[in-house]
Write a protein that binds this ligand. Structure first.
Ligand SMILES: Nc1nc2c(ncn2[C@@H]2O[C@H](COP(=O)(O)OP(=O)(O)O)[C@@H](O)[C@H]2O)c(=O)[nH]1
Ligand SMILES: [Mg+2]
Length: 289
């Protein structure tokens, strides 16, 4: 399904992360709350062995709140500290800073007894477009990390100081070499973590509409009035065009326009707050080897 999944610059970025690991006290992995399994990089288990790790379920404003809570419980059961977050507002900023610093509190206290105030260094990692840079800017309170609405905006390494004793390192989005799980691949594509220009958008939108019809039929049919349960994926896409009057001369549905609109509206949270992944799902790829 996907070409150019693991471009050369990612292998280079991975090496850069490894070289900087010795400087790091805590690793914060940002995942997308709409797909907390699909947006976790399975490679990170090997890469960050022995490091303190925190999972941050970002964009929780777009996800189903009950599902987010279930995922946080599941992370905690695996021994991973986790919290939900919305990097585009400040509501949980203080709680996040506390979680970051608390992750190495023992070491901070130990050094303090020797009269040394430790600077906690946090590496912020994750796949492209989950909100790493937005998170750093939120925590640091200034616009210092570059933010983009497309994957791949953060190219190099970037340190950002948050007060005198906390530093965050922004990193480029990292994927893993083999994406073999079709369902998770779709979820990544639906939320926009894979560049659209390497996929067939019409096929992608049709599959998204099919999945939404199963997950939230009421919200979907309320937004696009011509849709009905039981329609085939391509018929759903045509139904979006009919609902919006996206017709070409001759009356044929403009499915390319319909596809872009359906994807954009889903990604902006306009259909409903939806979580695509299910807690407990066992991934079929990416053992990192
Ligand atoms: N709705 C919503 N959008 C977010 C959130 N965090 C980041 N974004 C948006 O997601 C896009 C990618 O953010 P960016 O920080 O560049 O991602 P990065 O590639 O991981 O550094 C931008 O358009 C952000 O405004 C969030 O919590 N909620
Ligand atoms: Mg970035």
């Amino acid at each position: 399904m996907l070409i150019q999944w693991y471009p050369g610059h990612m292998a280079k970025a991975r090496r850069m992360l490894v070289e900087n690991l010795k400087l790091i006290d805590v690793v914060v992995e940002i995942v997308d709350a709409r797909a907390p399994i699909a947006t976790r990089n399975p490679d990170f288990d090997d890469l960050f062995t022995g490091k303190k790790r925190i999972a941050l379920l970002n964009k929780s404003d777009l996800a189903d709140p009950a599902a987010t809570k279930a995922f946080i419980r599941a992370f905690k059961e695996q021994g991973v500290k986790a919290m939900e977050f919305v990097a585009t507002n400040s509501a949980k900023k203080a709680a996040a800073v506390e979680l970051l610093q608390g992750a190495v509190q023992e070491e901070v206290d130990r050094l303090l007894q020797k009269g040394v105030r430790k600077t906690v260094r946090v590496m912020v990692v994750g796949i492209p477009n989950v909100g790493k840079s937005t998170f750093i800017n939120r925590i640091a309170g200034v616009n210092r990390a570059q933010v983009g609405d497309k994957p791949g905006v953060t190219k190099g390494k970037q340190w950002v100081k948050v007060g005198p004793y906390l530093e965050l390192m922004d990193t480029p989005g990292l994927l893993w070499p083999k994406l073999e799980d079709e369902l998770l691949a779709r979820h990544l594509a639906f939320i926009g973590s894979i560049k659209d220009d390497i996929m067939d958008v019409e096929q992608l939108a049709a599959l998204l509409l099919q999945e939404l019809m199963a997950l939230c039929p009421d919200a979907l049919t309320a937004r696009y009035k011509k849709l009905e349960a039981g329609m085939e994926p391509h018929a759903l896409l045509e139904g979006v065009c009919q609902s919006r009057g996206f017709l070409l001369s001759g009356g044929l549905p403009d499915t390319e326009r319909g596809a872009r609109i359906a994807l954009d509206e889903f990604r902006a949270g306009k259909i409903a707050r939806i979580t695509l992944d299910k807690p407990g799902y066992e991934r079929q790829d990416g053992d990192g080897k």
